[in-house]
Design a protein around this ligand. Sequence first.
Ligand code: WQD
Length: 320
Amino acid sequence: MSVLVTGGAGYIGSHVVRLLQQRGTGVVVVDDLSNGRAERVGDAPVVELDLATDAAAPALAAAFAEHDVDAVIHFAARKQVGESVAKPARYWSQNVGGTANLLQAMETAGVGKLVFSSSAATYGAPDTEVVREDGPAEPINPYGQTKLVGEWMTRAAARAWGLRAANLRYFNVAGAGWDDLGDTAVMNLIPIVFSALDAGKAPSVFGDDYPTPDGSCVRDYVHVLDLAQAHLAALDHLAQDERPFDTFNVGTGTGASVFEVLAEVRQVTGVDVQPVVEPRRAGDPPRLVADVERITGTLGWHATKSLHDIVTSAWDAWRR
Ligand code: WQD
């Protein structure tokens, strides 16, 4: 038996691949290698494939049979919010189309367990201290919309043919579990700040006039290794539990502001980071923090790593 991991050569996917390998589970990776790198997955076989193309159905059918696949973890997707606003059709075709092809292939082959990478972007701009999975999901950009539709698709498959699925809504993922698996894309706050430091530039804070304690936006930063462990907990849950479908926040339950993240970067790097405050970035919710009761109660998972661990591991990997 083995687990097929789409997007397994990417930043988060490769952490999950390595944990599965460490516990002796067979893994096969499907990745279009647009952002992923094959050297991240060790000796796992890699099927180079764009799930949104017509080549997906036969290639998945072959991989399921050849590797005796009984579960899928589905990371492969486009994930840049700004790009999704500029190129919405691309996001619908890649994220929704790719997931549809995957679900069809799973149904045809009788592969009945799925862990789906969803996002806190499904919540949009909530006005609550913490967000619960059963609260409103009103995404405010095409990226978040495609992730919410992905959740609907897994739920529909659960009803229609008995798929057992867990949707994991990631909050702000950062850090590195191993130095060779760090986030090489400069798309989120912590890598953006590191990149500014390297260039000798002042990092930007997008808005200091939000209704938060220090005026900057508050997010729930979760260590990528904790997040990766949540996938293994979800897989184990699907193997045992009779409940066919569920959605879980994956966060720490605690928020940190942009200024607090910068203070941690200052402490870890020893560089006296002096940011410049810029206008608010369009579409940023003031506060987005997970309620983690469901994942803790149902999967027995909770985050173990602090913001300090996140910044330290991210910095070590960045310097490598
Ligand atoms: C974090 C905070 C910025 C850069 C996005 C997606 C979300 C998930 C994670 C995938 C915000 C502020 C940033 C900078 C800043 N992705 N910031 N200066 O927007 O919270 O979440 O990534 O699933 O779905 O929406 O992450 O890292 O871009 O920003 O002040 O140079 O840092 O305004 O408050 P975000 P981020």
